[in-house]
Write a protein that binds this ligand. Structure first.
Ligand SMILES: NC(=O)C1=CN([C@@H]2O[C@H](COP(=O)(O)OP(=O)(O)OC[C@H]3O[C@@H](n4cnc5c(N)ncnc54)[C@H](OP(=O)(O)O)[C@@H]3O)[C@@H](O)[C@H]2O)C=CC1
Ligand SMILES: O=C(O)[C@@H]1CCC=N1
Length: 292
């Protein structure tokens, strides 16, 4: 694991293309621009067809937009880093389209859940240097959590560059590639589980009579405080939970109710299914690549 800003100054002189301009691309580019890690004039966004979305990103962050074939071709030609930010179902077509223009020194950084380095290399017909990552949307505010794996062809400089990019918008951990499915289950999809829990807490608070505003504010501060307590005290979540739980008190009553509904088992099943689904999406792309 590493901390913010390491190697990030090198990013100022690098041309980065976001190939796909949806929510994850925006989370990362916003983090890079607002934390002044990369220069917006060296960031280009492109997508399949939604020109209005490109204009929106251009207006919001001052990045360049490539909205026609000529601009796309020119931007890809001068890119040092190409970030693959389309949905898994669109990856095979997008990678096949890249094949003709890719130069061996261009670093591909994939955000795509489940898509293996091997499949990407088969789709591009070469041992392109590939950084496979699993980030999350909290990168938007510099609090991202990203798992990273490298293909054998990524140089030490390429590793530094890629890790610097994600360090600058949160924390990173380098893992063996097969563990990226687990990273997806923990932190890639993880924000959604926390939001889901927050939705449930707010609606229960409102059902008990709080105003929606008060229920939301109390819930947000509770989640924020709990995460910071784990981080700042270094105590385990289990120890901190015990400190909240007075014998025979209200917390014990709540935790026992969650246990009766197998809360831990439900989370385990959800995360196992999440990791399996990521692998399935990657396998579907591999099957499509093989059938060409
Ligand atoms: N959202 C999340 O929390 C996370 C997502 N990811 C991964 O990030 C990737 C993107 O997800 P997300 O941002 O949510 O997706 P979005 O649907 O928000 O964005 C997808 C983007 O890809 C573009 N696109 C599709 N096909 C092509 C193509 N052939 N060439 C160029 N661009 C194309 C779309 O363009 P257009 O609109 O013009 O069709 C759109 O800009 C996924 O693979 C996902 O697994 C990883 C971690 C977290
Ligand atoms: O839901 C998805 O497939 C993506 C991957 C991790 C978060 N969102």
């Amino acid at each position: 694991m590493s901390s913010t800003s390491r190697n990030s100054s090198a990013l100022q002189s690098v041309n980065i293309v976001f190939y796909g301009a949806g929510s994850m691309a925006e989370a990362i580019l916003r983090g890079l621009v607002e934390n002044e890690v990369a220069s917006p004039s060296r960031i280009t966004v492109m997508n399949r067809s939604n020109a209005e979305r490109l204009r929106e990103l251009q207006d919001r962050y001052g990045v360049e937009a490539a909205s026609d074939d000529a601009a796309r071709e020119a931007s890809l030609a001068k890119a040092d880093v190409i970030v693959l930010a389309m949905k898994p179902k669109d990856a095979a077509v997008a990678l096949a389209a890249l094949k003709a223009t890719l130069r061996p020194e261009q670093l591909l950084v994939s955000l795509i859940a489940g898509l293996s380095i091997d499949t990407m290399q088969r789709l591009t017909d070469r041992a392109q240097p590939i950084v496979r990552t699993m980030p999350n949307t909290s990168s938007t505010i510099g609090l991202g959590a990203t798992g990273i794996s490298y293909s054998a062809s990524v140089s030490p400089g390429g590793r530094q560059l890629a890790q610097g990019m994600f360090d600058a918008i949160g924390m990173t951990t380098v893992v063996e590639e097969h563990l990226l499915e687990s990273v997806t289950a923990v932190s890639g999809s993880g924000p959604a589980y926390i939001y889901y829990m927050m939705e449930a807490m707010v609606s229960a608070g409102v059902a008990q009579g709080l105003t929606p505003e008060a229920a939301l504010e109390l819930t947000v501060q509770t989640v924020r405080g709990a995460a910071e307590m784990v981080r700042q005290t270094g105590e385990s979540p289990a120890d901190l939970r015990r400190k909240v739980t007075s014998p025979n008190g209200s917390t014990q009553a709540a935790i026992e109710t969650l246990e009766r509904h197998d809360f831990g088992g439900a989370v385990r099943k959800a995360m196992d299914r999440c990791a399996a689904r990521a692998a399935e999406m990657g396998q579907a792309i591999a099957d499509e690549a093989l059938s060409r």
